[in-house]
Design a protein around this ligand. Structure first.
Ligand code: 13P
Length: 281
């Protein structure tokens, strides 16, 4: 099956009040375990690489090729979106689309509203002309994303409406208190504002920084219009936590395939858990 877009999977999820998992990849191990578990769970899945991760992994083309070859190799038949997470510039989004990404996020959240709208519009036009989808951001998700550290800035309802109308995006990340990376203390999501924003918009919302948000808050966010939930940090922590004992308990083993087997399983089981949470109202 060829790659699908956010438009192929999110509106239906939104109607059912469930969400599709967006999982960031850090290499083939992540991609393979996510795909296999999505297939076992018979669930659409969004495979995402951030802008900088794409460079680290050898570029957009290699990631797209790796994904499409793995889809063939493992006979994956569930719908798969390849998404650029936090595209930093118009040019990077275009580059990803030209390399075969079926979806991009243009992150203009650190710019003025006017500039965010203008740049998102350019990416939106290009994405749609190539059959790809686009996500935008209003407000600012806090924490550390891809090496860029920022504070939380809550999304403003009118700004959300204006950006969606002007730039015709397919999904909106409206920052409402979530944080990339680990939370200090209990996450504080702004549910009152979330309800207002989601009822004013037709497009599905995207929950960034889902690692560390308790399941009941995730489910409430899904009921309030989030049809895409982004997970990165928890997968990496699962990978690290499974690898550490392998290294210390087996000092003579040096084959990566053996040492990394439990990490592969840990990523897969976490993805399974998340998919089940996201689709259980
Ligand atoms: P976490 O790393 O907090 O899971 O956030 C992931 C994310 O929002 C990617 O855009």
């Amino acid at each position: 099956m060829s790659l699908v877009t956010l438009k192929d999977v999110l509106p239906e999820a939104q109607k059912k009040k469930i969400a599709i998992g967006h999982f960031n990849v850090n290499g083939q191990l992540w991609m393979e375990s996510i795909l296999q578990v999505a297939q076992e769970e018979n669930s659409p899945v969004i495979i995402a690489s951030s802008d900088r991760m794409a460079d680290y992994l050898g570029g957009f083309k290699l990631i797209r090729l790796m994904l499409t070859e793995l889809i063939k190799y493992h006979n994956i038949t569930v719908p798969v979106v390849l998404h650029l997470d936090h595209g930093q510039t118009v040019e990077r989004c275009i580059e990803a689309i030209d390399a075969g990404y079926s979806s991009v996020m243009f992150d203009g959240s650190h710019k003025s509203l006017e500039e965010n709208i203008e740049l998102t519009k350019i990416v939106s036009k290009y994405a749609h002309s190539k059959g790809a989808s686009i996500e935008a951001e209003i407000g600012s998700v806090g924490g550390n994303e891809d090496g860029i550290i920022g504070g939380i800035k809550h999304a403003n309802l009118n700004e959300c409406i204006e950006l969606v109308e002007m730039a015709k995006v397919d999904a909106l990340a409206a920052a409402l208190g979530s944080v990339h990376g680990k939370y200090v203390g209990e996450p504080q999501l702004e549910f009152t504002e979330m309800a207002k924003i989601s009822s004013a918009l037709e497009v599905p919302l995207v929950l960034h920084g889902a690692s560390g948000i308790p399941d009941n808050q995730i489910k409430k966010s899904i009921q309030l219009g989030h049809a895409k939930v982004n997970v990165n940090t928890e997968l990496n922590v699962a990978w690290r936590d499974a690898l550490l004992p392998e290294l210390t308990n087996n000092p003579t083993v040096y084959e990566p395939r053996i040492l990394l087997e439990n990490s592969r399983k840990a990523i897969g089981e976490l993805v399974r858990e998340k998919i089940r949470v996201f689709r259980t109202p």
